[in-house]
Design a protein around this ligand. Structure first.
Ligand code: ITT
Length: 200
């Protein structure tokens, strides 16, 4: 079976990525396979740039085709923040959520979107990037235990539950990550299937 490296250190993200790719004829290898994998500085100014940095580093390190996900929550009333800084916004999920709710205290506009960029790197080059978004609102307090990150405070449009309350199958159908992965899979099927098969 063809192999591809998922360049993420976030185990919950990896679980979602593996599920989204489960119908594909591909083995998704995690970075945990590479014990001395270096820390990669995400110094890009966009989700696409950071996904590209991570995918390229993994492709160069492993010599296997690689892809990376850079994602985050963009809040309208905070001029798009935390955005690409979502993971660095505070020390852990609980503190990130508390800080965000605090920043929105008294704010009537609670519109937000999750964004996910997926970059694919192959033979030392970034081949393509894909972006998925899902729009919704920030709830008043955290609810639910599924998912990860900001899921307990994000209510997608068309639902009255947070991503952390909804079953994971629903999130996997509609999320920013699902949209970006779907576009990436379509591209690989259309344009790259031969390269992947030759390579592996
Ligand atoms: P890698 O860079 O190693 O993949 P990371 O967690 O640091 O791991 P990012 O730099 O892409 O990943 O930061 C994404 C952050 O955005 C993540 O840590 C969450 O806080 C948030 N996030 C992204 N997707 C999310 C989702 O589906 N649900 C909830 N929060 C999400």
């Amino acid at each position: 079976m063809a192999q591809i490296v998922a360049a993420t250190t976030n185990q919950k993200k990896l679980v979602e990525l593996r599920k989204l790719l489960s119908s594909q004829e591909v083995e998704v290898i995690g970075l945990d396979r590479y014990k001395n994998y270096p820390d990669i500085e995400e110094n890009g100014v966009s989700f696409e740039e950071n996904a590209s940095i991570k995918a390229l580093a993994a492709n160069r390190y492993t010599d296997l085709p690689a892809f990376a996900d850079d994602s985050g929550l963009c809040v309208e009333a905070l001029n798009g923040e935390p955005g690409i800084h979502s993971s660095r916004y505070a020390e852990n999920d609980q503190e990130r959520i508390a800080k965000l709710l605090n920043a929105l205290d008294g704010q009537a506009n609670r519109r937000a979107k999750f964004v996910c960029a997926i970059a694919i790197a192959f033979n030392g080059e970034v081949i393509e990037t894909f972006v998925g978004e899902i729009h919704g609102v920030i709830g008043d307090a955290p609810r639910g235990a599924n998912g990860f990150g900001y899921d307990p405070i994000f209510i997608p449009d068309g639902y009255d539950k947070t991503f952390a309350e909804l079953p994971s199958d629903i999130k996997d159908q509609i999320s920013h990550r699902a949209v970006a992965v779907k576009a990436a899979v379509q591209f690989v099927e259309d344009e790259m299937a031969a390269c992947f098969n030759d390579f592996n």
